[in-house]
Design a protein around this ligand. Sequence first.
Ligand SMILES: Cc1cc2nc3c(=O)[nH]c(=O)nc-3n(C[C@H](O)[C@H](O)[C@H](O)COP(=O)(O)OP(=O)(O)OC[C@H]3O[C@@H](n4cnc5c(N)ncnc54)[C@H](O)[C@@H]3O)c2cc1C
Length: 262
Amino acid sequence: MSILSVFDKHTSGPRVERIRHESKVRTAQVSQVERLTPGMLRVTFTGDELSDFISLAADDHVKLSVPTRMGMIARRDYTPRRYDAQANSLVIDFAVHDAGPATQWALNARPGDRLQIGGPKGSMVVAPDVRRWLLIGDETALPAIGRRIEEAVSGTEITSIVAVSGSSEHQTFETAATLAAHWAHRPLSAADDPGALLATAESIDLAPETFVWLAAEAHVARAIRSWLIEEKGHPKGWIKAGGYWVTGKANAHERLITSHAP
Ligand SMILES: Cc1cc2nc3c(=O)[nH]c(=O)nc-3n(C[C@H](O)[C@H](O)[C@H](O)COP(=O)(O)OP(=O)(O)OC[C@H]3O[C@@H](n4cnc5c(N)ncnc54)[C@H](O)[C@@H]3O)c2cc1C
């Protein structure tokens, strides 16, 4: 592990440490598959190769190598939702949609199946003295949002706004933080429409020095980021935004709109 940079290049932003990890691909075995909600599959992996797994930030990602229908290998980004070093186990939550190869793999996963998991290559760690967070996202961001909420320390205030298809998709989180959880409902077919998230966000009081983390379909993430900057006047250094997928494009994401891009 090496610390590449510590930067707060936007003077108004908090310190963010970029930490690089040794590049590794590990093979792990599925030990459990559960339907967390109708639209979210939770897969738990175990295996000796996970013994030195490291993930320091809630929005880290791993690359899963999954087979395609054509017999090729596709790589897709997923969030390490929870890692247990005692049990050598890693949890990944898959949002179910009109299946690409990763979703298809998860839908068919059974205990004993094996998968190659690459990374995380690095972590972007926001200074622990940041005490106010606004977390905005869709189903694909929910693993990172849930992890951030669960890992938050006492004295942290978190507001979350998550777009899902209905109340059956709500999740609950155990946390030492003070949490105000909001759910914005819209059908999955409207996952690239920022309307529901924006309408909910409009009703939230955005205090200065709130770190806003957001991830969703790229067009949605871009629209919310613009609204935060242009309408709410929130400083760029206090926003980290990512397009976690792009409508109509396989294996696509947008890192360009991340304020803290390395
Ligand atoms: C850093 C990072 C972390 C991520 N973490 C998670 C995570 O923990 N859990 C998670 O579920 N996803 C996560 N994602 C999103 C995930 O990588 C994408 O949804 C990915 O495209 C899924 O791969 P696939 O093989 O199922 O579909 P692909 O083959 O990539 O895409 C097939 C089709 O499905 C569409 N599509 C992709 N995702 C969705 C969706 N969510 N809803 C509707 N249509 C979609 C595409 O536009 C494309 O048309 C993350 C993405 C990034 C960049």
